[in-house]
Write a protein that binds this ligand. Structure first.
Ligand code: HEM
Length: 206
């Protein structure tokens, strides 16, 4: 039977990933499904659908982001700043005789992108959407507010590709190098670009 630390670690890791799926799943729904869908709805259909759809989807989206972020920080402390039986302090996974480990470099890269995304959700996308949905944006400022929310959401969608390499590489890859980082960035951004590009054509029954 594994010890308390290992069990807690696994549960927080699981919480982090299941909340991450909830968050990024909604982000992809907004960007790959809802943006093209909205373009094909007339005003009457939008008025019927959006007041029901958007508050629900935005609730799972923002709280998914918050739980992912908090569980991710806990995971960071448990993995890199705690040793069972010893206590808190930098572990050998964070620093070795050569300085910052490659594993730590990968997770710091992923966490930087993930934290920017979390900030965008809570301090730009959600406040802007809330003001739009509650009719608090003056009519002449609505297009600009919509543009701001969409652009920030698009930035988050692009960041999610490389960010996930930063989450997976620490435990499952390890070695950090400039080519590996460039491939993570290139492949991550390319996958999102291709998905956004094809999203307007998906949906036709074929
Ligand atoms: C928001 C900021 C985020 C922070 C601070 C964060 C932090 C972390 C940390 C510290 C780890 C453990 C790394 C290690 O074992 O060395 C991790 C792993 C992981 N994270 Fe995140 N993360 C964030 C966002 C996300 C998001 C949005 C997802 C999307 C699903 C995600 C998915 C994962 C996955 C799949 C793992 C690997 C689990 C494993 O293989 O053991 N993370 N994250």
């Amino acid at each position: 039977m594994p010890d308390l630390y290992s069990n807690l670690h696994l549960i927080i890791r699981w919480l982090h990933v299941i909340a991450g799926i909830t968050w990024i799943g909604h982000l992809y729904f907004f960007n790959f499904v809802n943006v093209p869908l909205q373009g094909s709805l007339d005003d009457a259909a939008k008025k019927a659908v959006n007041p029901q759809l958007m508050p629900r989807a935005l609730w799972w989206f923002r709280w998914g982001a918050m739980v992912t972020f908090l569980a991710g920080l806990s995971l960071f402390v448990l993995t890199y700043f705690y040793t069972p039986g010893v206590g808190f302090g930098a572990t050998s996974l964070l620093i070795d005789t050569m300085g910052l480990t490659h594993r730590a470099m990968w997770i710091l890269f992923g966490m930087l992108l993930g934290t920017i995304m979390w900030f965008n959700v809570w301090f730009i996308i959600w406040p802007t959407q809330k003001r739009l949905l509650t009719g608090k944006v003056p009519a002449d400022q609505i297009p600009a507010a919509r543009k701001k929310a969409l652009l920030t959401s698009r930035i988050n969608t692009y960041l999610s590709g490389p960010m996930l390499f930063g989450m997976l590489a620490p435990a499952h890859y390890g070695a950090m190098s400039t080519p590996a980082l460039l491939i993570a960035l290139g492949l991550g951004l390319l996958a999102i670009w291709a998905s956004i590009r094809s999203s307007s054509n998906v949906g036709k029954l074929a």
